[in-house]
Write a protein that binds this ligand. Structure first.
Ligand SMILES: NC(=O)c1ccc[n+]([C@@H]2O[C@H](COP(=O)([O-])OP(=O)(O)OC[C@H]3O[C@@H](n4cnc5c(N)ncnc54)[C@H](OP(=O)(O)O)[C@@H]3O)[C@@H](O)[C@H]2O)c1
Length: 167
């Protein structure tokens, strides 16, 4: 199964100047629990924003740059290659952003793990609109702010209703 993991604000905003828009340790823990042990696919800019390979996961980074190398990650030239490599490693694959990668993979994804944060932030990167004719929300758990997490948010799981497109 291919799953997109994303955290977004009320206007589908996900990033600004190659950084995240909030710091929510509960969301980071949720992300770690979902993705640990599995391949994760990301764009070169998201990788650079994280700054290092995420442990206990095969980090697959998409870039068109021919002369860009980093230790501890697998660099591939396009989405198709990223999916091909990750499917050889595991049947559960996680696509972790950013905006350009979400846009190109949404049609080939089975499931969405969305953290929806009850905030509006200035942003330059957005998640595509979740079309409810294609996606059905099957689970939601909401959290109030606490001493470490300063914003209210909900974890939502969406499953595809419309059949998957083939890549
Ligand atoms: N809130 C969240 O859940 C979340 C998650 C992830 C990221 N983010 C945020 O999103 C922002 C980054 O997203 P972004 O859209 O700017 O960048 P991105 O999608 O992370 O990376 C874009 C780069 O990926 C490579 N790429 C994309 N499609 C490609 C293709 N078809 N073939 C070859 N290479 C391809 C290119 O790298 P080259 O230029 O090297 O060719 C491109 O410049 C940051 O602000 C980050 O913090 C938020």
């Amino acid at each position: 199964m291919t799953t997109i993991v994303v955290a977004m604000g009320k206007n589908n905003e996900i990033g600004f100047e190659n950084q995240l828009l909030w710091h929510l340790p509960k969301d980071l823990k949720h992300f770690k629990e979902l993705t640990s042990g599995h391949p994760i696919i990301m764009g070169r800019k998201t990788y650079e924003s994280i700054g290092k390979p995420l442990p206990n996961r095969t980090n697959i980074v998409i870039s068109s740059k021919k002369d860009w190398f980093q230790e501890g990650i697998l660099i591939v030239g396009n989405i198709k290659e990223a999916l091909k490599f990750s499917k050889k490693i595991d049947e559960d694959i996680f696509i972790i952003g950013g905006g350009t990668i979400y846009e190109q993979t949404l049609d080939f994804t089975d499931r969405l793990e969305v953290t929806i944060i009850d905030v509006e932030k200035e942003a330059d990167t957005f998640f595509p609109k979740v079309d409810l004719k294609i996606w059905k929300k099957i689970e939601e758990t909401c959290h109030e702010p606490d001493e470490k997490n300063n914003l209210p948010f909900c974890f939502q799981t969406y499953e595809r209703i419309k059949p998957l497109e083939k890549i």
